[in-house]
Ligand binder design. Structure first.
Ligand SMILES: N[C@@H](CCC(=O)N[C@@H](CS)C(=O)NCC(=O)O)C(=O)O
Length: 212
């Protein structure tokens, strides 16, 4: 079977996938990119992901893009790590629900709010409205410790990484439930290893660009 190639740029949405790789103990070929240097717009990368976005995964000719698909794919591929409830497991449905909720509801809601864009009418909007999204998220996180209760899974890496940057940029309110969840996520050794790698790569890219 072909090896997994991971196209990653430090301090971006692919940083969560880097943390997932650490959590999974995954073996992969790193393709390090710099957003500032414009690597995402290079022809050779656009031939793989015409959206010019990270995270991007390639295994042989199979390309996986979009965070939710990437997390699902990797957690299933490295199933021995136990971060993906299997088909038939009662946690599988809620696991898929919170994966999809991320891409379909919280990201569009938060970006619309940050850009001060009025959401579409409730009946048409994919996420109802921002306040409803955040109320539902907070209610779930307050049950804790993880989105599936006691069971930590790949969906927590997606949400932990996202809520880290969303609260960091002030795009999501730091409620007690959100803060406690982010703290639990950031305390994980795998997440800390990924953050250290990312910081090192980011510093190297800055130095190469003459900003170091
Ligand atoms: N829909 C994509 C969004 C990924 C995304 O926006 N990635 C940003 C980094 S945070 C990116 O690659 N930006 C480069 C660019 O658009 O030039 C996903 O869910 O993976």
């Amino acid at each position: 079977m072909s090896r997994i190639e991971f196209f990653h740029a430090p301090h971006t949405r692919s940083s969560g996938v880097l943390a997932l790789m650490e959590e999974l103990g995954a073996d992969y070929d790193l393709k390090l990119m710099s957003i500032k240097a414009g690597d995402q717009s290079r022809e050779d990368f656009l031939a793989i992901n015409p959206m010019g976005k990270v995270p991007t995964i390639r295994q042989g000719d199979a390309v996986v893009t979009e965070q939710v698909a990437v997390y699902l794919f990797l957690a299933d591929h490295f199933a021995d790590a136990g971060l993906a409830p299997a088909i038939g497991d009662p946690d599988r449905g809620p696991y898929l629900r919170w994966m999809a909720f991320y891409g379909c509801s919280i990201e569009p809601a938060v970006i619309d709010k940050a850009m001060k864009r009025e959401p579409a009418a409730r009946a048409t909007s994919p996420y109802a409205n921002y306040d409803t999204v955040m109320a539902v998220v907070n209610q779930q996180l307050a049950k804790g410790p993880w989105l599936l209760g006691e069971r930590f899974s790949a969906v927590d890496v997606l949400w932990g990484a996202a809520l880290s940057w969303l609260t960091g940029f002030g795009l999501v309110e730091k409620t007690p439930a959100v803060v406690a969840y982010v703290e639990r996520y950031q305390a994980r050794p795998a997440v800390q290893r990924a953050a250290a790698k990312d910081a090192e790569w980011n510093a190297a890219q800055e130095a190469a660009a003459g900003n170091g």
